[in-house]
Design a protein around this ligand. Sequence first.
Ligand SMILES: Nc1ncnc2c1ncn2[C@@H]1O[C@H](COP(=O)(O)OP(=O)(O)O)[C@@H](O)[C@H]1O
Ligand SMILES: [Mg+2]
Length: 399
Amino acid sequence: MAFTAKLLLLGSGELGREFTISAKRLGCEVIACDSYAGAPAMQVADASEVFSMLDGDRLRAAIRRHRPDFVVPEVEAIRTEVLAELEAEGVAIVPSARATVMTMNRDGIRDVAADALGLRTSRYRYAESLDAVQAAAGEIGLPLVIKPVMSSSGKGQSLVRDAEGLAAAWDHAVSAMRGDRRRVILEEFIDFDYEITLLTIRTRTGVLFCPPIGHRQERGDYQESWQPAAMSPAAIAAAEAMARTVVDDLGGYGLFGVEFFVHGEEVIFSELSPRPHDTGMVTLISQSLSEFDLHARAILGLPIPAIAQRGPSASAVILADRASDTLRYAGLAEALAVPGGEVDVRLFGKPSARPSRRMGVALARAESIEAARRLAAEAAGRIRIHYGDAAVAGTDGDA
Ligand SMILES: Nc1ncnc2c1ncn2[C@@H]1O[C@H](COP(=O)(O)OP(=O)(O)O)[C@@H](O)[C@H]1O
Ligand SMILES: [Mg+2]
C-alpha cells in the first residue's frame, strides 16, 4: 500500500480518533498506541499496539520497530525522556520533544511561561510536603488552587479557601498523583470573568490562530465549549501575542491548545497542550478545518490557506456515571432530532465506563452562542447509556 506518511499515535482516545480520521483522509498510515485494547483511535487506525506510554522500554521498542515518519503524542503522560533521546537520533516528534517534555508536568510549562518568557500567570509556588504547602500558602494567600504537577482533567485538584483546608488538599493531590513525583503546584485563585482556549497552529510558514473557544469546567474537567467566545479585540491580541511567544519557544509544527483566564481586559496564561485540545472538539462543527485537520496539515507541511468559522457553535460532553464493561447507547435518534440548528454527536466507543468518564460529545451550530449551547446540552442530555442489563443513566429509565 502507498501512504503519504506513517504516524505513530501515542495515546488513542477520542482526540486521537478524530486526528486519525483527519490523517487517514490525507492518505496517512496510522498506528494507534494506548494502554488498553479497543481504544477509540484503534477502532479507525491501520494497526494498534497496547502498552503503557510511561513504559520507556516498550515505547522505544515500538518507535524503533515501526520507524514512523512522525511520532504524534495524544496524551501528556508519556515517558518523554525517550522522545527526547529518539529525537536526538533523528526521529520526528510532534511538535517537538521539548514541547512534550515541558508540558508533561505543570511545573515545566509554568517555569517556561512565567520565568523564561515573562508571561503573566497566576502567582504560584511548588511544594513537596505538607509543611512546604503551608509555607507556600502563606506567600500566595487564600483562596488558592492546589494541583499535582503531574495530572490532567482536574484529577487531584482542589480549591482551598481557608488554612484548615490545606491538609486535605495535599492528601487529595498526593492520592491522585500520576507518576513518581510527590510534588504539587499552588496557584493563586484567579476570579476570572471567563476562560478560553486559543487554538494556535505553528506551521512552516507562520503561526495561525482560530477564533477563541470559551468553555466551562466542573471539578477541573470540561463540560461544554463554544466558539467564537465573546472577547475584545485587545484581549484577543494579547492572548495571541502570548500564545505565539510560547509556541515559538516550544518549537516544531502542529496545533497547540493555549489556555487563558480573562479578567476585565487582563489576559492570564494558564497552561497549554502541544496537541489538539478537548475543548476544541467544537471545531468539528464550527470550522471548515477542525483542530484535527489543522494538526494533520501542520505536521505534514500542507498549506492552510484559510480557516473558515461557520457560525456560533458549541459542544457538550456525554459522561458516564458508573463503572461498567457492558455498555449500550440509546437516544441517538432523539439527540439528532433536536430542532433549532445543526446538531451532531460523536460517541467514542470506549470499551468500559467509570464515573465521569467522557463517552461522547454533542455538537451544535445555531443562530447564537446561547442557542448553540442550549442545543448541544439538549442533545447530550438525550443520549442515554445503558449499563449491562441493569439500570439506565440519564432521563427516562426506559431500559
Ligand atoms: N489558578 C486558578 N484560578 C482559577 N481557576 C483555576 C485555576 N487553575 C485551574 N482553574 C480551573 O480548573 C480548570 C482545570 O485546570 P488546569 O490547570 O487547566 O488543569 P488540567 O490540566 O486538568 O486541564 C481550569 O480550566 C480552570 O477552570
Ligand atoms: Mg486545562
